[in-house]
Design a protein around this ligand. Sequence first.
Ligand code: GAL
Length: 421
Amino acid sequence: MKRVWILVTIFALVASFTVMAAKFSIYDWWTAGGEKQAITAEINYFHQLYPNIEIAQNPVAGGAGANMHAVIKSLIFAGLPPTTFQVHAGWEMYEYTKAKLLDPITDLWQSEGWTKVFPKEIEELCSYDGKFYAVPMDVHRANMLWYNISIFKKLGLKVPKTFEGLISVMKKIKAAGYIPLAVGDRYQWPAAMVFEEGLLAIAGPKTYDEFFEGKVNYSNPSVKKALEDFRDIMENYVNENHASLTWDQACGLVANGKAAMTIMGDWANGYFMGLGLKANVDYGAVAVPGSQGVYNLVIDAFPVPKGLSKIEKEYAYDWLKTIASVKGQAIFNQIKGSIPARIDVPTTGFNTVQVNNMKELKTDILVSSAVHGSEAPAPFVTAWENALTVVQYHPSMSLEQAVNYLNAVNAQYLTPQNLSH
Ligand code: GAL
């Protein structure tokens, strides 16, 4: 009998050691104002619900996952997967599923009834080969223009309705001595957003999708026009120090009245709120002129990597249940500037930009962002952003030369083989 008790005690000790040793280790790239507060609030809520789970949060600066994914892939290959990590639903997630680095979580989707509360399009972006692999934490909108209301009032400007109108407004703002469009492309992607959102506004959602499916290229007149406008904007209407600033520092120029506008996803809303600014009082927000009626989705999701221990997998499921709950989605998104991915979260506690986006998500045409990982494979996105940087910094390159060069990049990466998943 004594022996049995010794064995039971040893077993209990080993088990408790395993529990103690296991941590909930989470990776994200939310380090800027607004987004940092949002993830902190969610983690605090998770801690309230599961006080015994030890949490190790690992933020990797860079925005848009610029630096984080290299870290994650190395950890998984080294057999040290984090418990969960931030990933954009769609292609960015497919890179992991194609390489068999994630565990399917269809069981959880079914037991939690999530197919009833998340929109179909989002559900599709979180699944691969008929199985679910991630849970959406938010819905961001990429095609948004943010502007400083007092500069617009002072200069007697109206918010433009077309992309052409946007460029005319930029001319007036420049003449009045302000920076027309703040950009912070130290990590490249915010400049690529100027092209992506311009493309959507000028070419429309159908051509936008066809462009990333490799069906049309820069020789298409509206895509060519988007390229021409992109080069014009980057050369003539942005802050000179754009290449040394980050996205949030660019938003800071709008907040402090040095710049009149910026094109950025609605994490900018979280940034402005974090500064104590009020939507429709201090800053205005509209869909990028020309893209009204279209919602360019950016979806932050969390998966379960392969190779977790039983207890770690339990922690990962606890986290996924937390972020997918009505309360979890409200806590995070109210601060983040985005809207919940669930359709049944009440609008109370969200600001006017968010309430409007919640309404428009239901009626708009949905596309998804290439810059933010959903619309196109990652190797293409990297090559495309690099190529846009080249044409941006070489204004001496003629439009035809730029078109030919960029078409060659698209042809190399957007092949049927690379686009199959
Ligand atoms: C996006 C991400 C957003 C926001 C932004 C800037 O890719 O989806 O949640 O964090 O980067 O960091």
